[in-house]
Ligand binder design. Structure first.
Ligand SMILES: [Fe+2]
Length: 306
């Protein structure tokens, strides 16, 4: 049997896995009640709390108290993306690293169901919150699951979105952002698209064994590119496209499959104007600790989707 050497590394495998996962996330909408209706009735989320300016929603497989906070604002966009640290000590390590970059903004304790949250921004100004303490979701009599290893009963409603999958940001300063994600947050770039001169045009970062959790797409300005939720099956994405057509929700593209990350997808525009992706990457995980960044050129992308 022949063996091949480990591929050339683009990250340090000695680096601690100090981030556990991405989520929950805040989303701005100028049409709060219409956005709530979209997520609850069509996408299968559950309203779990509300205050004067926002509504908290939960996906059925999220172990945490809430998945998305919709916030009433004049324009669509993304607020804070919360990152759960892998431990209390990991939170301190990451916060110390961020502090040394000058991107830290102190700690707050007023985010519902999260404990102390260390606020920071990436070099493009996108807002993040790092936390460890988190209240777990408590199902009530109306959504108690039969299985004790499941957060809530399967909703059986609309697209039945299972969980938050990833946040895709528009990035104005791709080199600074990619250095920050790799060197300060310890994320791995699992795939990237490069321009003809070799500079990155889009980068997919993973903080655990999911193939990606945070994506940055080069653009003239920063902001939200799209927010993605995972479904159990591809068939639910096909059905969701029909549901959205019937409900007058604009489909931007799909259903189709990206060659990049092999993600089956549907992009729709929710009533507040945010681009929402429904995605399914099957059982694809990145298990290799020495996974090299897969680079796609324009020519390779031109071969199209799969
Ligand atoms: Fe995406």
């Amino acid at each position: 049997m022949s063996t091949a050497p480990s591929p050339q590394l683009t990250h340090d495998p000695e680096r601690r896995r100090d981030l556990a996962h991405v989520g929950p996330v805040e989303v701005y909408t100028p049409a709060l009640e219409d956005s709530v209706d979209f997520f609850v009735r069509l996408m299968g989320l559950r309203e779990v709390n509300r205050d004067a300016t926002s509504v908290y929603l939960h996906t059925w497989d999220d172990y945490q108290a809430w998945t998305v906070r919709l916030i009433r604002r004049d324009a669509a966009g993304v607020g804070r993306t919360y990152l759960r640290a892998a431990s209390r000590q990991a939170m301190q390590r990451v916060a110390t690293g961020i502090e040394s970059t000058g991107h830290g903004h102190g700690t707050v304790s007023n985010v519902p169901h999260l404990g102390r949250v260390y606020l920071f921004t990436d070099p493009d100004g996108h807002e993040y919150g790092l936390y460890w303490d988190s209240a777990w979701y408590r199902a009530d009599a109306t959504d108690r699951p039969a299985s004790k290893n499941q957060a809530a009963a399967y909703p059986g409603r609309g697209a039945n979105l299972r969980r938050l999958d990833h946040v895709n940001y528009r990035a104005a300063d791709m080199p600074a952002v990619s250095m920050f994600l790799r060197d300060t947050l310890g994320a791995r770039c699992t795939e990237q698209v490069v321009t003809d001169d070799g500079s990155p045009q889009a980068m997919w970062f993973s903080v655990g064994n999911k193939s990606y959790d945070l994506v940055y797409t080069g653009d003239r300005t920063a902001g939200l590119h799209h927010l993605a939720f995972a479904t159990d099956t591809r068939e639910e994405i096909l059905r969701a496209a029909d549901l959205c057509l019937d409900a007058g929700i604009r489909i931007e593209t799909g259903p189709n499959e990206h060659a990049i990350q092999q993600t089956f997808y549907l992009y729709v525009s929710e009533p507040g104007g945010n681009r929402i992706e429904l995605c399914n990457a099957g059982a694809r995980l990145i298990l290799a600790p020495d996974w090299p960044t897969v680079t796609w050129t324009r020519e390779e992308r031109a071969r199209g989707t799969m």
